[in-house]
Design a protein around this ligand. Structure first.
Ligand SMILES: [Zn+2]
Ligand SMILES: [Zn+2]
Length: 49
């Protein structure tokens, strides 16, 4: 599960390796396994995740 700053949570998986993604404010959404980074908009508040 990744959790946005607005409180919204959703399960997200890496498209490259299938591992669960993680989120930190510094790095954004990234895969701890292969290092792939993802930028999406939060479907709850509409801001950049
Ligand atoms: Zn990955
Ligand atoms: Zn949000």
């Amino acid at each position: 599960m990744i959790r946005h700053e607005c409180g919204y949570e959703e399960p997200a998986y890496c498209k490259k390796c299938g591992r669960p993604l993680e989120y930190t404010e510094r790095r954004g959404i990234y895969c701890p396994n292969c290092g792939h980074r993802v930028t999406i908009l939060c479907p709850h508040c509409g801001k950049r995740w």
